[in-house]
Design a protein around this ligand. Structure first.
Ligand SMILES: [Zn+2]
Length: 285
């Protein structure tokens, strides 16, 4: 099974520090850089685009679609799902989906929540996604060490029974299973800090087991100089946690893309609609 390369298209400060901040000027050029790398490596990715990013950089979103990548939704404002009411969540995803479809002329099939914030308390969001016409969600992180997640959730595609007889496919983030526990390995800080040999080993192990490896990254991880240009002070801890490993990131990313076959999240989801186990079957087994 292939690697699914996903990009959460957003701005570092707005998504990580304060959702009330404006999208920075670097976010668009950073995503253009990612698109250049993907073109050079001849790889198509699934891009979960934030609504506020699309408002500021509509041409970049059109380029994502024009170059054959999948445009999916990362919601509008990057507010964690469990901080919203179901009504607010519905408004957020509807606004984002309409906006992206208007920009690109292509239907949006998938969603990823900010910070993987579909957790046990916000699983109701899956019903809302299905009702709003999404066919898959990619927001659940089964890893035990994740800031948010659903520890113990399967790390492979599953069909989720949702209200009204609808079906939604869940495409969880990849994990490394060690003694029954899921360890985080799918991207972001882990790919910035882990040596490439280890990342390659984990992906190889996953694809050889005929499983999907759902990887993720962010445009700002390709920007090692961002913190030199910040107009506000940043605590050292944040600087290290968020900045370390950015310089070597692009090289690891390219190696990963050269080594593994890739596919789009929507392609995996469409196959999983017929073939993946349902969540209730998994509970019984
Ligand atoms: Zn995000």
């Amino acid at each position: 099974m292939p690697l699914v390369c996903t990009v959460d298209v957003e701005d570092w400060a707005q998504s990580t520090l304060d959702t009330a901040m404006p999208i920075s000027d670097r976010a668009g050029p950073n995503m253009e850089r990612v698109l250049d790398v993907l073109a050079e490596e001849n790889v198509q990715a699934t891009c979960f685009v934030l609504g506020k990013f699309a408002e500021k950089f509509p041409d970049t979103v059109r380029r994502i679609a024009a170059e054959g990548h999948e445009v999916a939704s990362h919601g509008y404002g990057h507010v964690d799902v469990f901080q919203m009411s179901p009504t607010q969540f519905r408004e957020d995803i509807r606004r984002s989906k309409d906006q992206l479809e208007t920009l690109t002329g292509v239907g949006v099939k998938g969603y990823r929540a900010p910070d993987f914030s579909i957790v046990k308390e916000s699983l109701w969001a899956l019903d809302v996604l299905a009702e709003e016409g999404f066919i898959y969600d990619a927001s659940i992180n089964p890893a035990v060490l994740a800031r948010f997640g659903v520890p113990g959730f399967p790390s492979q595609p599953v069909r989720m029974p949702v209200s009204g007889g609808l079906t939604l496919v869940e495409l969880p983030v990849a994990t490394l299973r060690v003694m029954g526990r899921h360890l985080p390995v799918a991207g972001g800080g882990y790919h910035r800090l882990l040596p490439y040999s280890l990342i390659r080993w984990v992906i190889e192990r996953t694809v050889l087991a005929e499983e999907v490896f759902m990887a993720y990254c962010h445009p700002y991880e390709f920007d090692p100089d961002e913190f030199k240009h910040l107009k506000f002070p940043l605590p050292l801890k944040t600087r290290l946690h968020q900045g370390l490993g950015r310089r070597g990131f692009e090289n690891k990313f390219r190696q990963m893309l050269r080594q593994f076959e890739t596919t789009l999240a929507a392609t995996v989801a469409e196959k999983a609609l017929d073939a993946a186990p349902s969540f209730s079957e998994l509970l019984k087994s």
